[in-house]
Design a protein around this ligand. Structure first.
Ligand SMILES: Cc1ncc(COP(=O)(O)O)c(C=O)c1O
Length: 363
């Protein structure tokens, strides 16, 4: 007999990427930034640690909200910090999705949306993307129309492509919220300035951001939502009182106040991404043009799981991903299985090691 709620007993649970704890790996599997965080972040953490750790942190994270508001030219009450962007996704579901409501998301995309919907016990739907990763809004409209929450990672993961604003606006559910998940938003060619929030539909859009990727702070766990104050006020009621600890708050504020540091790492990553893309193509892979810090690629003949394993044998970790029903089933592919490799853009040295190994494996 299980004492768990039936939804939880039936749940497989989200499986995060492998996180080997020993050194010696070339780790290109969970889209971390290969460069260290700003030295200002390190000294802000040190200063906070020498301060008053015996008292609770600011439940409203006012220092961070002010810094983020200045960056995006908004008032601080548009900002809602969280313990990683993943916590924001949980807050959104707990705030808006009742048992009979529908949560929708493109497929293939970030699998956690589905796990969170399962935990909440709501209805959920995958909106299948076209094989070239574009949207078929007309086909998906009957589900979008019913959705209370529509999660759209933009740029998308695992593909790395970016949908433009017209597409995004056409996806806003008439009776619901569109969550524009910008985990990789700083890596797009032309990062936006929250224009979406200032449109007619702005009151139905929540932008989520993370410091895990562009700011090199995956180890800290810090993300934030940006939305109309009517929305953040409701979501604030749902969060844990002290959801961001004092060290994370100090780190996050210092990080977003040091834009030069983030942007110079971003530029290095974009240059390495171009090199990785070109070299994968030369090796016979079919990489997708990326607007993120990773590249999604398939290979026309060699099984992706085998390439992944061969790399792992050489202590190089990439992410092998498979999406049953990821493409429309066909005669040759009755399950419609879509699989491939998602490769994080590391340093030039790491990418050189990866390419050398791939030359041995598929060359
Ligand atoms: C699309 C997407 N959204 C959200 C997140 C979660 O970010 P965080 O580390 O802030 O929880 C990730 C992390 O990989 C992601 O890929």
């Amino acid at each position: 007999m299980s004492l768990f709620r039936p939804d939880i007993a039936a749940l497989d649970g989200y499986i995060p990427g492998e996180q080997p704890q020993e050194t010696g790996w070339v780790k290109l599997n969970t889209n971390e930034n290969p460069y260290p965080a700003s030295p200002r972040v390190v000294s802000a953490i040190q200063q906070a640690a020498e301060g008053r750790l015996n008292v609770y942190p600011d439940p409203l994270s006012k220092g961070f909200c002010k810094a983020a508001a200045e960056l995006f030219n908004l008032d601080p009450d548009w900002i809602l910090p969280a313990n990683g962007s993943d916590e924001n996704l949980t807050i959104l579901i707990r705030s808006f999705a009742d048992k009979n409501d529908l949560i929708a998301y493109p497929y293939p995309s970030y699998i956690l949306y589905e796990t969170l919907a399962e935990i909440q016990g709501t209805r959920y739907a995958r909106l299948r993307l076209n094989p070239n990763w574009s949207w078929n809004v007309r086909l998906n409209w009957p589900l979008i129309e019913q959705a209370k929450l529509l999660f759209v990672p933009n740029p998308n993961s695992p593909s790395g492509n970016h949908w433009d604003h017209e597409v995004i606006q056409s996806l806003v559910p008439p009776q619901g919220i569109l969550v524009h998940d910008e985990a990789y938003g700083d890596f797009v060619d032309e990062p936006h300035r929250m224009e979406l929030l200032h449109t007619e539909l702005g009151k139905q859009i929540v932008v989520t951001r993370t410091l895990s990727k562009s700011y090199s702070l995956a180890g800290i766990r810090f993300g934030f939502s940006i939305a109309h104050p009517d929305l953040t006020a409701g979501m604030r009621k749902v969060k844990d009182s002290y959801n961001c600890d004092m060290l994370a708050l100090a780190a996050a504020e210092a990080a977003i106040r040091d834009q030069d540091w983030m942007l110079s790492n971003r530029d290095k990553i974009l240059a390495t991404r171009t090199h990785l893309f070109d070299e994968l193509a030369k090796l016979g892979f079919n990489p997708i043009p990326s607007q993120t810090n990773f590249v999604w690629t398939t290979h026309p003949t060699m099984p992706h799981a085998e390439i992944y394993q061969e790399l792992k044998n050489r202590k190089i970790l990439v992410r092998y991903m498979k999406f049953p029903n990821g493409v429309a089933p066909s005669d040759e592919n009755s399950e419609g299985l879509l699989d491939g490799l998602r490769i994080t853009v590391g340093t030039d040295v790491e990418i050189a090691k990866l390419l050398e190994a791939l030359r041995e494996i598929v060359g």
